[in-house]
Design a protein around this ligand. Sequence first.
Ligand SMILES: Cc1ncc(COP(=O)(O)O)c(C=O)c1O
Length: 360
Amino acid sequence: MSRSHNFSPGPAVLPEAVLRQTQEALWELNGCGQGLLETSHRGAAFADVMERATGRLRRLLRLSDDQEVLFLHGGARTQFYQIPMNLLRGGRATYLETGTWSRQAAEEARRYGTVDVGFSSADSRYDRVPEQGAWGPLPKGTTYLHYTSNNTVAGTEYAYVPDVEGASLMCDMSSNLLSRQVDGSRFDLLYAGAQKNLGPAGVTMVVLRKGLLERCDTNLPMMCRYDVHVKKGSMYNTPCTFGIYVIERVCAWLEELGGLDVIDARNQAQADLIYGVMDASDFWQGRAAKRSRSRMNATFSTGDAALDTACVAAATAEGLLGLKGHSSMGGLRASMYNAQNDEAVQALASFMKHFEATHG
Ligand SMILES: Cc1ncc(COP(=O)(O)O)c(C=O)c1O
């Protein structure tokens, strides 16, 4: 059986070592006599997985003792409403609108309070993120600022963590979590759907500061309450055991590789290769403003929709899969998450040069 090069935006490529370990765990989990999918979330074998997953994330993200790690259901989109439902409560929050996901997060928040849009790049089809501080002083009484650190659809990314004074900092890190060293202790709440850099679809990691728990609405349904999930150690209901196992293995892989500085350099080199091909050519047009380019999702086009379609088809025929751009953007998108290997990115760079030579 052969595997093609996978540039899918998510679910996305996972490290080969992790896939092989998972195959074995499906049959038997860490010598417990039961398979990963068959063992109780309350048994000793899974408790060990949970503890190690949490410990590794705490280390990699440099979390402080006053932050909790949760594994929840419902995808990153559930966090779009769970955050304001628990914490906005008729108050005011600032959202930075840099793409389809941050726009939808703001839309959900409007159900629970006042949303100030501190920055929007909607007019230029989300081709950029703001410069540090572009949102200005936050309006009086702002509870939190929410942003999306990597815009999976538009292909833009913040190269910095926003400085925020007098309000909590909240971030959707779904598509660049653990892709570089970030001081996780600066965030009052951060979350990520696992299916890009962390593991499979079906589990969402949430980090939140303990102090926020006192502000949570206790009249909400139990499943919506952060304080309930914290109290029950992410086991108020049955957690996504499979996903948490894979997250633990992905974090182990990252730590064994040498940590986030090593993956950071690898991600940078891969992105440089693809953007280098674009910049050396008049044929390829990058979508994102240069200073906002995402290292995880490179978005580009030939400038001709029919040629873009032909290009995706030609790439697919050569075993380069998942390159079609999001329907709202068109063009092509190459997703290069942590597990993307150099060989795949080199194959894409060669393909792009060849396609230009034969169609330019
Ligand atoms: C940045 C970002 N936020 C949120 C989502 C939605 O995630 P989910 O499907 O887990 O709800 C996505 C999905 O691609 C995403 O890329």
